[in-house]
Design a binder for this molecule. Structure first.
Ligand code: XMP
Ligand code: MG
Length: 183
């Protein structure tokens, strides 16, 4: 696909690569101080959180364990249904661990609400969330997210790990996908 074609499929850039990196450094400093003296387990939610995990974890000047979970939330097109299925489970035992879930985006909140309950049932000592993006007006359940990058409007966004039909994940900024692409 040519660059011109990509530009035609996006409307506005909401968050630039520079803004993301600056914010992740800020969040990393907070996490370092909040978890001082404690072991920390970062759990990335595949696949969207890959870029956030890579950039955020490398801004931490401390030792961490990183694990991944893949879930799919069944729903048509660009909406989450809240019915979550585990595609790849964790390799780590959560019992007694301080868990920080690393997510790309909180939309309805249904996926994270399911994950929080699931991780709590495995006996984690504490569970907090870091999400690069959050859509406050799309919330169907309240999620207590300690580390939020940016609050954004409800438009469907892509880039920096976020996809539509597995495309656009490699865009460096977060941009609004033009509605003509998915409608
Ligand atoms: P919920 O609604 O459960 O959504 O909070 C969680 C997952 O849905 C995906 N999602 C998006 N993916 N652009 C995307 O590329 C978006 O605007 C968007 N909103 C939700 C994402 O995988 C998230 O983890
Ligand atoms: Mg995701």
């Amino acid at each position: 696909m040519r660059a011109a074609d990509i530009a035609d499929q996006l409307t506005t850039v909401l968050v630039t690569e520079e803004e993301i990196h600056e914010k992740l450094a800020e969040l990393a400093a907070r996490v370092e101080s909040d978890y001082e003296g404690k072991d920390l387990l970062l759990i990335g939610v595949l696949k969207g959180a890959v870029m956030v995990m890579a950039d955020f974890s490398r801004r931490l000047h401390r030792d961490v364990v990183i694990d991944w979970m893949a879930v799919s939330s069944y729903g048509a097109g660009t909406k989450s249904s809240g019915v979550v299925q585990i595609r790849k489970d964790l390799d780590t035992d959560l019992h007694g661990k301080h868990v920080l879930i690393v997510e790309d985006i909180i939309d309805s909140g249904l996926t994270l609400s399911w994950l929080l309950e699931n991780f709590a049932s495995r006996g984690a000592a504490s569970i907090e969330i870091l999400a690069l993006l959050r859509k406050p007006e799309a919330a169907k359940v309240e999620i207590d997210c300690r580390y939020v990058g940016f609050d954004i409007p409800t438009d469907f966004v892509v880039g920096y790990g976020l996809d539509y039909d597995e495309r656009y994940r490699n865009l460096r900024d977060v941009a609004v996908l033009a509605p003509h692409v998915y409608s």
